[in-house]
Design a protein around this ligand. Structure first.
Ligand code: FES
Ligand code: FES
Length: 218
């Protein structure tokens, strides 16, 4: 074998060896990336389908419950915790009867999985008032006769009360917008508007400085 042939073989051998090393490095990297992708795609270990232990924070109280991951927040509140003030009417996100607050944001309980709420705070109609101490919006609903069958009423009250929390001085249009998703088959809307605006007016009057009889601020 000539020197030229030996050098050629050596060069060919080197290239083959280098190619094999590079190929195995690429394959190992690909395996590592695939594993990483698989791990990140899998995320945390799946829960269910059976019941799993869970803590639901409702109206300031942590409740240790056992629920199936497929359970909606409305079902957990009503069937597991017995908080039946939250009504389920359409059960498909089109009427807002099931409105509760999640961290003070009006949320459809029939369209939310209980397990997705995590550590956030849920407020239901039971959490804002009761028969002895009505929330001002509830009291105004009674005064203005803003309910008939009552199926929409808890969700309607939660939407109106949430509006007043974020906007203490709403216009009529603001109230209409706030309850635009709340369907009332009994047609109580004008009375709901009046009740909500009156609560806002009353609160504004209470926050004003008291005037003396001569019209000057005390
Ligand atoms: S019951 Fe939830 S939107 Fe109708
Ligand atoms: S009061 Fe009957 S649906 Fe609203």
């Amino acid at each position: 074998m000539s020197d030229i042939e030996k050098r050629a073989i050596t060069r060919r051998g080197f290239l083959k060896a280098a190619g094999a090393t590079a190929a195995s490095t690429v394959v190992e990297s690909a395996h590592a990336i695939t594993k990483d992708l698989r791990d990140s795609a899998n995320g945390p270990a799946p829960l269910g389908p059976g019941a799993v232990p869970f803590v639901l924070h409702v109206n300031g109280v942590p409740h240790s419950i056992s629920i199936e991951p497929r359970m909606t927040l409305a079902e957990a509140l009503r069937d597991t915790l017995g908080l039946t003030g939250t009504k389920v009417v359409c059960d498909r996100g089109s009427c807002s009867a099931c409105t509760v607050w999640v961290d003070k944001v009006p949320t459809l309980a029939c369209m939310t999985l209980a397990i997705d709420v995590g550590m956030r705070n849920i407020t239901t109609i039971e959490g804002i008032g009761n028969a002895d101490h009505l929330h001002p919006v509830q009291a105004a609903f009674v005064k203005h006769d803003a309910l008939q069958c009552g199926f929409c009423t808890p969700g309607m009250v939660m939407s109106c009360a949430a509006l007043l929390e974020r906007n203490p001085n709403p216009s009529l249009d603001d109230v209409k917008h706030a309850i635009s998703g709340n369907l009332c088959r009994c047609g109580t809307y004008p009375k709901v508007f009046a009740a909500t605006l009156e609560v806002a007016q009353d609160r504004k009057a209470l926050s004003r400085p008291v005037s003396t009889s001569n019209g000057k601020d005390a």
